[in-house]
Design a protein around this ligand. Structure first.
Ligand code: FUB
Length: 444
């Protein structure tokens, strides 16, 4: 799917800039979950948690989560990894081998970046306590507070600062989620946390609050049946009550129990960040994703279908990873066996299948050919390439030997293409059920 273009290792800093990609998942060199996205200094920063493969007996509930990295983008396409900002071994009050650094948040107030994270405390006073670390830049370095926030007991801290400067901490997981007003030091709460009222019953976690046009949106993963959907409620105060409005994103039905999100507006577009188990197919090794989000004229959130395509424009200067499609019919997706990078293919592509990939930026290059990297263990067939609604090429695929033997087939384009266009491929077989597997296409 993508390759690392530049990787610089230093003692304390790891920086990686990826080839232009705008697809899901957005990071493939490590597992990232629970993404909190924030706009800071004109950039979009994402603060996720980190999943790693668990050693026997480590972590909790199958999760092994030792540390936090921070990522940023300015174009929603190129992502930079600013490296590890906090490790469990550095938390003064936390277990050094707890592997329980669950969903974090970060927010700026008066030029200080406050990073909130849950961790298992050494004093065993709770399953999770919430710690704070501060920095003068979103990328750190972060200075950890000596102790956790007193009176806060629970996972998934989220902070919202209202227009009047008052800050609120939301936290917890279970039948009830909680809210407390933060003191102006942003490191302690006023009184006791209160239950957020009027939310639907059953398991909830991962509160994320934002305000739009005077309305407060209380959004949360909700396990209404079997795995978590992303749901929301709205209210007129950051403390609630909130009126339940329904689902933003439906629950996963392919073996992953959690989802965890954040919602942010960046450069006049709203986005939802969330996670799935794209790379690993293991619900404890998750990868963060992003899709665009829309509201209706009354401010209600339109339900979002998770996509592989993600967001942003895809430039034609590299192969287009068609397996990260916008929409598809009669195809499956799998990792390519033996690939040294994280790389997917479309497979089980049936006669009559189609796949769309939106927002390809052809610029003014006016490409002359299109190449497809394909394999077929049967008779092959024809792949028609349709750009902006018009057929621009037809690619004949024959048997390549087997489904793991790849061939690049280049054909001329019959039309001039420029600007931003949606691309569609249709598949017709030479008689067999399956046409061809396809890794990528490239316009040149
Ligand atoms: O990542 C560990 C936990 O899983 C998070 O804290 C929850 O929100 C769920 O995503």
């Amino acid at each position: 799917m993508m390759g690392i273009k530049k990787v610089l290792f230093a003692t304390v800093m790891f920086v990686a800039v990826w080839d232009l990609v705008a697809q899901n998942p957005i990071v493939t060199h490590m597992y990232t979950a629970d993404p909190t996205a924030r706009v800071m200094n004109g950039k979009l920063y994402v603060f996720p948690s980190t999943d790693i493969v668990c050693e026997e007996g480590k972590g909790e509930n199958g999760f092994c989560m030792p540390s936090y990295n921070v990522f940023s983008t300015e174009d929603m396409v190129t992502w930079e990894d600013h490296g590890k900002i906090i490790d469990q071994t550095e938390v003064p009050w936390g277990k050094k081998d707890g592997f329980g650094m669950w969903a974090p948040d970060c927010i700026e107030k008066d030029g200080v970046y406050y990073y909130y994270f849950p961790a298992p405390p050494t004093d065993k006073s709770a399953f999770r306590r919430v710690g704070v670390a501060t920095a003068s830049s979103p990328e750190g370095p972060y200075l950890l507070e000596d102790d956790y926030i007193k009176g806060v007991d629970g996972i998934d801290p989220n902070v919202f600062i209202d227009d009047d400067g008052k800050a609120y901490l939301y936290y917890g997981g279970g039948e009830h989620l909680r809210v407390a007003e933060l003191n102006s030091d942003m490191k302690s709460i006023k009184g006791k946390g209160k239950v957020v009222k009027d939310l639907p019953s059953k398991y909830k976690e991962g509160s994320f609050v934002f305000k739009k046009d005077g309305l407060y949106y209380f959004t949360f993963p909700h396990n209404a049946s079997g795995s978590e959907e992303i749901a929301y409620a709205v209210g007129k105060s950051p403390m609630g009550p909130f009126k339940y409005k329904g689902m933003i994103m439906e629950r996963w039905k392919d073996g992953i129990w959690t989802n965890h999100h954040s919602i942010v507006e960046y450069k006049d577009q709203w986005y939802i960040f969330y996670h799935h188990h794209d790379i690993s197919n293991d619900q404890h090794l998750r990868s963060m994703r992003v899709d665009s989000l829309f509201f209706d004229e009354k401010g209600m959130i339109l339900e979002k279908k998770a996509t592989l395509r993600g967001v942003g424009l895809t430039s034609i200067d590299k192969p287009i990873q068609i397996d990260r499609y916008s929409d598809a019919h009669k195809v499956k997706v799998s990792r390519i066996k033996g690939s040294t990078t994280v790389n997917w293919q479309l497979d089980y592509v049936e006669n009559g299948a189609w796949v769309t990939y939106n927002a390809v930026d052809f610029g003014n290059v006016k490409p002359k050919t299109v190449t497809a990297r394909v394999s077929s263990g049967l008779q092959g067939g024809t792949i028609r390439v349709i750009v902006g609604g018009e057929e621009v090429a037809s690619i004949k695929v024959l048997n390549t030997g087997n489904w793991n033997t790849w061939k690049e087939i280049e054909v001329p384009l019959t039309k001039k293409i420029k600007g931003v266009q949606n691309v569609k491929l249709t598949f017709e077989s030479n008689g067999a059920k399956y046409v061809a597997n396809i890794d990528w296409i490239q316009f040149k």
